[in-house]
Design a protein around this ligand. Structure first.
Ligand SMILES: [Zn+2]
Length: 238
């Protein structure tokens, strides 16, 4: 069974209780020797590792790891601070924005996110797209194809995160936020409509990406009622 590791809690001296998702469910299991670098299970001791595993029932509250074969390791040799902070933020979102029995809805989007992050090193666009997928799967889809209030397709004048979408000229009221530039609104539309991770930061202005990154983070905090813990590392560090 293919799984993605979400958390490891130390248990006894060298064992760990692992929380993970497969395509169909979220799982908790005991991994013997996971904290021992010489153990064949040691590869699972990093969050967002993808592995093929087999479990067995034993004399324990959770199933026990019988065998594991690593398929993907999210860590890199030249580990940049922002790369690591991005992994932490993705894992943080998985653990905190979804109830444990619903985390698996993100399985393939999560798998593609960590692969894309490692292959491209493009932390900013990977995170923006992962955030957009999270918002959608969490049931807070933003309307970027028409006015969120009346459905008009033309004369869009602003994007309002508090109203959840584009606003047309007719529906616009002075109290509605109007702080994104036209380029930022077009980029936001591309991100929200993107079904995977095909967009690249290098095609856009960093400033626009950072504005949307900030907006998306706040939107997620409001919508899911959650406060990010690892986000500062991404905004402050160089
Ligand atoms: Zn309207």
């Amino acid at each position: 069974m293919k799984i993605i590791v979400l958390s490891i809690t130390p248990y006894k001296e060298k064992d760990g209780i692992v929380k993970a998702i497969s395509e169909n469910e979220s799982l908790t299991f005991l991994a013997r020797g996971i904290k021992d670098p010489k153990s064949k299970n040691a590869a699972l001791n990093n969050v967002l590792t993808i592995a093929d595993i087999e479990l067995m029932e034993g004399n324990f509250a959770h199933p026990i790891l019988k065998s594991s074969k690593p398929l993907f390791n999210p860590l890199k040799v030249d580990l940049a601070a922002k790369y690591l902070a991005s992994l932490m933020t993705i894992d943080e979102m998985m653990l905190n924005l979804f109830p444990e029995d619903e985390q698996q809805v993100m399985f393939s989007l999560l798998e593609k996110a960590v692969e894309n992050l490692k292959n491209t090193g493009d932390w900013l666009m990977t995170l923006l797209q992962f955030m957009s997928h999270t918002v959608k799967m969490g049931g807070f889809q933003l309307e970027v194809n028409q006015c969120v209030l009346c459905g008009a397709k033309n004369n869009i004048v602003t994007f309002s995160f508090s109203d959840g979408g584009f606003i047309c000229e007719k529906c616009y009221q002075p109290e509605i936020e109007k702080d994104l530039t036209k380029d930022q609104m077009i980029l936001l539309r591309k991100i929200v409509n993107c079904p995977d991770y095909r967009l690249k930061s290098s095609d856009y202005k960093t400033e626009d990406l950072m504005v949307l990154f900030d907006k998306f983070s706040h939107y997620i905090e409001e919508a899911f009622g959650y406060h990010f813990k690892n986000m500062r590392l991404l905004i402050d560090s160089k």
